[in-house]
Ligand binder design. Sequence first.
Ligand code: GLS
Length: 840
Amino acid sequence: QDEYLDQWGKALEQSPLANQQTDVASLQASIAYHMNASLFRTQHNLEKVAVYQALAHSMADKLLLDWNRTQQRYRKDNPKRVYYLSMEFLLGRALDNAMLALHMKTAYQEAVQGLGFRLEDLLEQERDPALGNGGLGRLAACYMDAAAALDLPMWGYGLRYQYGLFRQSVQQGFQVEAPDDWLMRHHPWEFPRDIKYDVQFYGYVATKMNDKGESRLFWESDHKIRAVAYDVPVPGKDGFCGNIRLWASQPPHHGGFDLDAFNQGNYDQSIASLKDAFLLTSVLYPNDNHQAGKELRLKQEYFFVSASVQDVVHRFKRYRCPWSEFPNKVAFQLNDTHPTLAIPELQRILVDVEGLAWDDAWDIVTRTFAFTNHTVLPEALEKWPIYVMEKVLPRHMQIIYDLNLFFLQKVEEKFPGDRDLLNRVSIIEEASPQQVRMAFLAVVGSHSVNGVAALHSELVVKELFNDFSLYYGKDKFINITNGISPRRWLYQANPGLRDLITHTLGSEDWVADLPQLQKLAPFADNLEFQQQWMAIKYANKVRLTQWIRDDCGLTVDPRALFDIQVKRMHEYKRQFLNILGVIHRYRVLLQMSPEARRRVPPRVVIFGGKAAPGYAIAKLVIKLINSVADVVNNDPVIDDHLKVVYLPDYNVSLAEKIVPASDISQHISTAGTEASGTSNMKFVINGGLILGTVDGANIEIRDEIGEDNIFLFGTLADQVADIRHAQKYHGVLLDANLQSVLDAIQAGVFGDASIFNPLIDTLTYGGDFYLISEDFDAYIKRQNDVDALFLQKAAWAAKSIRCTAGMGFFSSDRSIGQYASRIWKVDKTALGNGSTSTAD
Ligand code: GLS
């Protein structure tokens, strides 16, 4: 075949793919071509969605070429590669992002205009791929974006869920869930590959002789499901293009059809394995910071890591390097514990399949894996009952037992006679039932463990893995503070601000070198600059206002103070505190004279976020918000002084509209509970001030932008335990203002009071675990400070500018750079001239 390689290269160079022009007429030609050839439609039958799809195909052609060139170069140069294993990639829409990355938006805008369409309308046709729950999945997307921009040879591996995170609507104030059938319509942003691996479940472990006459343990099962690869290109910079490989499940044989069963009239049986395979990757579990504990979820986790590890081993073997080279060519990053089974899976492949000695294999494994912890909440820490593991993955359970035994022997050597310690660090929890502690397995199998913000990383060592840090030493446990993509969250989401910054700094270099934003600081007190700055904020608020009108049928005034809390609904994030504060504000406003009321700046309080379908208390908070909105928004005395909005179906594309429009946003978790938060960074980089607790990345944001530019309040993390302790013994003494707010709810001011009883009980009988009463007074006072500052337009504008100026540290490029140098030990590869034939 090699003698024809040149010919293939030449043929490609002559092909339309390699000869794409970017003038308007050529782009129109390419859109028309795809309308006919890819969608099989004509210009006599044009809907917006079809034009969007043709446009997306046209854009994807350009990415394809970059993808091939980048991946071919990696294949040729064989650098050390990073594999980011994540059950979630919350990508958001692709088209706008790709057009901006390749500097083609203006040309396409003109092209579609000439064909009778507005680009903004077409962009709205794209469905969000919602393959993630919240911050953890969105972080994975920002990291893939950064790696592509930096030309870092990193691939993401994940699952191609048929249904993403459920779609949320609100009916009578309650959350209603519907399946997210995002693949119902043709999706031009993925490329199915002819790459397949079988993954098995259940079965038994036997001893067998191998070819060399050695006896080996062997796991056998008839229950197999096939993983097939779909590649998702990640646009980078200067022609780089990264990749996310998502696995879909298929039946292993004959398309899953049992002809014998069919012939016997047993129709259900004839497609049984088809149903099995379909179910496996059908849906993303909708829990954030909470373990679901279902057998199907365990199977998803194993399916995903087994296919990924097989694929990586296959790629490594292509170069015929000795196994000892594996850690020099491969780095696996575990995005939380969900992919932890990759550790025993690689050990199994090395020992059972490749025939390595146990210790050699384990040395390779532990030099290859690194683990990121994303939460200290106990309910989120994955544990799998042993009886489930033994049934689903019998060989892995044996491997985990052995790993644990050898690990505990070493601990015993270092700390002889400390039985309590052995109990505490054992991968197997001696509870009833016995369980595998996945976080401990991840720590033992990894060479590096990191938290995602300074405070969180401290708590990870102090609270979660204290014993492990004594055993391994502190160097294994590090902090890498999260970051966000400045490309999506400023450049794309806020074109007005982007252009002002570029104009002021003289070039677009700040996007790739975010600390340059600091050069805005000298303009903070410049009145003319302030006016330009705030005019952009105002325009973004107007844009959101239109969305609120279309989506909620509510008219709000863009001159009001926009106060926003959008994130997953969770008790620890304390949307409850926010809405209780709103009720307090409502009552205070009602008691004021009209003149006094006019002196308070009008506010629009905006909420958004989904609650896990099984999380009753979080769903009740949604109901309370909507009930309060009903009353407040229709109270003629209050008029425009206060409006409450609940935006349904919060997702990435909605976030792109909301984030640039905030005056203030709330990040008010109980101290010590929010590992980092990343939306806080998105709001601040867009010149939004924040009201927050001394928690997660809020702390580092304060350090970067300055204490004067952030409204912090409330209990500190190291006080929480003592307060809870005291509450347990002395009961909760409710704050007086809070008590009157609760009285109002219970008096039926917001409709049927009885439905809110379980919610109010969390404060009283429940012991107020999240310290809402404790923090209530400080919260209200800080909100009053926000009001006062908002009235001083110039002072507010100056702070807003200083916020953006101080955010250079929070680029995902900085985070990925730190992962690369401190954990993966990989460099940016030099841009080579790899050939353009199809890779991998
Ligand atoms: C999370 C944390 O809750 C967030 O604070 C964090 O920003 C995010 C990314 O590190 O990870 N952990 C989790 O389980 N879901 C999250 O969003």
